[in-house]
Design a protein around this ligand. Structure first.
Ligand SMILES: Cc1ncc(COP(=O)(O)O)c(C=O)c1O
Length: 373
């Protein structure tokens, strides 16, 4: 039995590195609400330059970054935003754009590769009619989390940007993991988001900072965003302490993301994994061959959940159950630290996925996986 835990729950569960802690302790700080924290100012300027935008603003979370961005672009009541039906903003942010911002969502189906069909985006744009809200914004998510960390290409992003421009709309990118996309695609991040009017970038996901996101855009956009951040209670005083850690995260982690992606591919044994996310059942199982597992999921949802969790405990592997038929593992740089061999972790997931004797009774011996179990 292993004594170490391989923590694959998410890339949000990292602990700050020694270098981050040292930078936090040494940070030169002042009151950022009045705009005089030197470390925050330096970090925001650094992020604006990196992302190729005029200005940046540190915000407490990705959720607040998205909310502020949508609200800045949709500052007239009766505004509508076009976004993916499986997007983080639509699914996981408490409907904040509507409940707080009064912005109406118009969803377009996310394809398995994270895109929304361009013709469907165009079709979702409202024409002027007194019955309709007014379309003001399109939102993309890159990487697309619920599609398994899929990357939106620069060509696709540019095309959506063109659509937005041609219709007088703005484009916001939820770039919680935009650096993962940039690294995986081999496209500089500023080029990848060139078509966007705003981007929210999480520092506390793949980059491993303890707290925070930045939003980037034009000076005018950030000026309005600063007011909204204060309204939402996101103005933080000596926030340079957090920016110092975030600076180290960007400096030290960007170069390691490619290795995260490589490990995630090894873990899944699948080239279809693009970044740091693995949805094992989606990637390892051929639904035809593994009918056994799919049927089990549908019919014995609770059992399979239970079984997955028991395997997870046996192998000291932690994951989140993503949905009823899938478990999500997110590979992150500080997970391994050389304490547990990567092959061990992979074996655990393989065992977990092929089922085991503890699942056998559920099949009555009628169906077998291609592993022969
Ligand atoms: C794609 C995406 N956008 C936004 C967020 C929100 O970030 P936060 O948890 O910092 O609010 C997340 C969080 O996981 C995310 O995955």
């Amino acid at each position: 039995m292993a004594s170490k835990v391989v923590d694959l729950r998410s890339d949000t569960v990292t602990k700050p590195s020694e270098a981050m802690r040292a930078a936090m302790a040494a940070a030169d700080v002042d009151d950022d609400v009045v705009g005089v924290d030197p470390t925050a100012q330096r970090f925001q300027a650094e992020m604006a330059a990196l992302m190729g935008k005029e200005a940046a603003l540190f915000v407490p979370s990705g959720t607040m970054g998205n909310l502020i961005s949508v609200l800045v672009h949709c500052d007239v009541r009766g505004s509508e935003v076009i976004l993916g039906d499986n997007s983080h903003i639509h699914v996981y942010e408490n409907g904040g754009i509507s409940t707080i911002g009064g912005v109406h969502p118009k969803t377009v189906r996310n394809n398995p590769d994270g895109t929304m069909d361009l013709d469907k985006i165009v079709a979702a744009i409202r024409h002027q009619d007194l019955h309709y809200p007014t379309t003001r914004l399109i939102c993309l998510e890159n990487t697309q989390g619920n599609c398994g960390g899929k990357c939106l290409s620069v060509e696709y992003t540019d095309k959506v940007g063109e659509i937005a421009k041609n219709h007088g709309l703005k484009l916001h990118i939820d770039g919680a993991r935009i650096f993962n996309a940039s690294v995986a695609l081999g496209v500089p991040v500023d080029r990848l988001v060139k078509a966007a009017d705003s981007v929210s970038v999480c520092l506390s996901k793949g980059l491993g900072a303890p707290v925070g996101s930045v939003i980037v855009g034009s000076k005018a956009f950030i000026g309005k965003a600063k007011i909204l951040r204060k309204t939402l209670g996101g103005g933080m005083r000596q926030v340079g302490v957090l920016c110092a850690a975030a600076h180290v995260a960007v400096r030290d982690t960007l170069g390691k993301l490619a290795d995260d992606h490589r490990k995630a591919k090894v873990l899944a044994d699948s080239a279809s994994v693009e970044t740091n996310m693995v949805c094992p059942l989606d990637h390892l199982f051929d639904p035809l061959k593994f009918y056994y597992v799919i049927v089990l999921c549908v019919t014995y949802m609770c059992f399979i959940r239970y079984s997955l969790i028991s395997w997870i405990h046996e192998y000291h592997l932690t994951c989140y159950a993503k949905s009823w038929n899938s478990t999500m593992c997110v590979q992150c740089q500080r997970v391994q630290k050389g304490e547990v061999p990567f092959s061990y972790c992979r074996k655990a997931v393989e065992e977990l996925l092929k089922g085991g004797s503890n699942l056998e009774h559920l099949t009555n011996g009628a169906a077998k996986s291609s592993y022969g179990h």
